[in-house]
Ligand binder design. Structure first.
Ligand code: ATP
Ligand code: MG
Length: 254
């Protein structure tokens, strides 16, 4: 049977609004609804977090591979650039960790800002290289608009913009959407409004032309899990965040 195009879901939005929590919950949901499919979770945020939310120990990152390949090139190993590139491509699979039900890849944390640009460029290649080996790819992005601007997520099927109830949060997702309209190829876009203090504030929110997929109220279960450092696989089915992410996924027809 011919393999269909992968479903690529990218999560973006302002800092601290719940991108990682939503991305991790998405992975959990996909593992349960599609146990026979290949699922890849990518932590594209150098500040890391998705691994903890998913209960994964990270041994090697995309940046580690980049460094190793660069070091080898510096050693004067007279290999042609093309060969090195080929090697980097093979090695990237070493950075993919296998967890029960899904695979995991982290971009890692380069030491300096300049390095980060490079690893972002590298990540873009990595996403397009790996995506075809999977049925579902969930990308937890860095806060803000930078990765969208740099086209790290150039081609995704679903762009999930996460916001809280703040004006700043909704402004950031509107900006991300504007930039994405210019630079990203996506099929569907929508927002999840997370960490609502109460449903009463819904009429005050302005998400512009971005359709709301679900509203998630402050989740006491998640707060408690966070304190204990537990992963999302242990959250109860009726936790606000699990319900909200499920509703969003159903609306998107995934
Ligand atoms: N619905 C919710 N109810 C209660 N707490 C939540 C909810 N969503 C997220 N949180 C908590 O808010 C904090 C930030 O969440 P998270 O790390 O998922 O955000 P983020 O957008 O990925 O942040 P960053 O921009 O730093 O990567 C965490 O402590 C998380 O447990
Ligand atoms: Mg995060």
């Amino acid at each position: 049977m011919e393999k269909t195009e992968p479903v690529i879901l990218a999560v973006a939005g302002k800092g601290g609004v719940g991108k990682t929590s939503v991305a991790a919950t998405l992975v959990r949901l996909l593992c349960r609804t599609h146990p026979d499919k290949k699922i890849l979770a990518i932590d594209a945020d150098p500040a890391v977090g998705l691994s903890t939310a998913l209960g994964i120990e990270v041994c090697m990152t995309v940046d580690d591979i980049r460094k190793a390949v660069v070091a080898q090139a510096r050693e004067g190993d007279a290999k042609a650039a093309v060969e090195l590139l080929g090697e980097a491509r093979c090695r990237i699979f070493d950075a993919v960790a296998e967890a029960p039900g899904f695979a995991f890849l982290a971009i890692g944390r380069p030491e300096s800002a300049g390095c980060y640009c490079k690893v972002n460029g590298y990540l873009k290649e990595v996403i397009s290289l790996l995506a075809d080996s999977f049925d579902y790819v969930v990308i937890d992005g860095e806060a803000g608009v930078e990765q969208i601007n740099r086209r790290v997520m150039e081609k995704v099927t679903h762009l999930l913009l996460i916001t809280d109830a703040s004006k700043k949060g909704t402004q950031v997702i509107r900006t991300v959407k504007e930039v994405a309209d210019e630079l990203v190829m996506y099929d569907q876009v929508g927002t999840i409004v997370n960490r609502l203090p109460s449903k009463d504030v819904i009429p005050l929110l302005d998400t512009g032309d971005i359709p709301v997929l679900s509203y998630i109220e402050n989740d006491p279960a998640l707060t408690e899990f966070d304190i204990r450092g537990e992963n999302v696989f242990y959250l109860p089915e009726d936790a606000n965040i699990v319900r909200g992410v499920r509703e969003a996924v159903e609306k998107l027809g995934i």
